[in-house]
Design a protein around this ligand. Structure first.
Ligand code: CA
Length: 317
């Protein structure tokens, strides 16, 4: 079976993440799904942006130097959409201004911009209509509890926008993803969404959020998730164990346990320039996860490289 290719923030290995250019390239590379991370502005507009902060990928600090919060960060929630649209997007940098992926192209032009969820959904609709091939969408509600504290119900706004663009039924080409287990339960059982849902599973030490990821990976945890969601999006490193001495790789059993509960498994993030421990090449990682573990899909910054692997694999069989 061929796993679905999810373009993680677009073809973000080649163009700045979450730009319309990165999404268009991912579509052209044949990605099955295009990912949207979603955060809200001060005027309750939905942006396609990975962080609740703007400073990792834009020139906000130089454009609006007085607008940081006491922690030094520039929050999308503190800016109106009109202000955000004037910012220039660059390749992701860390707090020291160094590129997070040093080997990636540092585009210096001002052609890259932040855009709204509506703009991207319209682009996907236009590309699908023009090409005849349907790429799906894979929106993520970012930090719903934090947004709630900030006075906005981001989840309801996202569901309204998805409905407006025709993403309503379980069979529609969309997966809605979130790290927040409680919010996904709300989406399914309180707000009544029929869309396919994916529980993202992180590491408990990544943030202070209450969600207990370790428990989710157990049979009992997965069974509980299956009452609400259609699949899980685990960190790829949790699919296997790597023995330090001889480098031996063995199955952690997570994919099998999830499949036993009827859940699809879409791990993140497959990058040729940032491989998980124990793998020397992207193809090695793909061979193990696709052919041995039989994952159902994967998030990648390089939909072209993954597409080539899958093409060669189908020709070889
Ligand atoms: Ca995401």
């Amino acid at each position: 079976m061929r796993p679905v290719v999810i373009a993680h923030r677009g073809a973000s290995g080649h163009l700045p993440e979450h730009t319309l250019q990165a999404k268009t390239l991912a579509f052209a590379m044949g990605a099955d799904y295009l990912e949207q991370d979603i955060v809200a502005t001060r005027d309750d507009q939905l942006l396609v942006l990975h962080d609740i902060h703007l400073d990792g990928v834009t020139d906000v600090a130089s454009r609006f130097p007085t607008r940081a919060r006491p922690d030094g960060r520039y929050y999308a929630r503190d800016f109106d959409l009109a202000e955000v649209l004037t910012l220039t997007v660059h390749e992701r940098t860390d707090e020291h201004g160094r590129q997070v992926f040093p080997g990636r192209r540092a585009y210096s032009g001002g052609e890259f911009r932040v855009h709204t969820l509506a703009r991207e959904l319209q682009l996907v609709a236009d590309l699908n209509a023009s090409d005849g091939r349907t790429a799906g969408i894979y929106p993520e509600i970012k930090n719903p509890a934090w947004h709630h504290q900030e006075g906005v119900d981001i989840t309801t706004l996202v569901l309204e926008e998805l409905t407006r663009f025709g993403y309503v039924q379980h069979t529609d080409p969309a997966y809605l993803q979130c790290f927040d287990e409680q919010e996904l339960r709300r989406v399914r059982h309180e707000l009544g969404s029929q869309l396919k849902l994916v529980q993202l599973i992180g590491e408990d030490d990544w943030s202070s959020e209450a969600t207990n990821f370790a428990a989710m990976r157990s049979t009992r945890g997965l069974k509980k998730l299956a009452a609400t969601v259609d699949g899980i999006g685990p960190w790829v490193n949790r699919l296997y164990r790597h023995r330090k001495g001889d480098g031996n790789i063995t199955d952690s059993g997570l994919v099998r346990r999830a499949h036993a509960q009827g859940l699809v498994v879409h791990p993140y993030t497959f990058r040729s320039d940032a491989l998980p421990e124990g793998f020397a090449t992207l193809d090695e990682l793909l061979h193990f996860t696709v052919d041995s573990l039989v994952i159902d899909g994967l998030f990648t910054d390089f939909p072209d490289a993954v597409g080539r692997f899958l093409q060669n694999r189908s020709e070889g069989s």
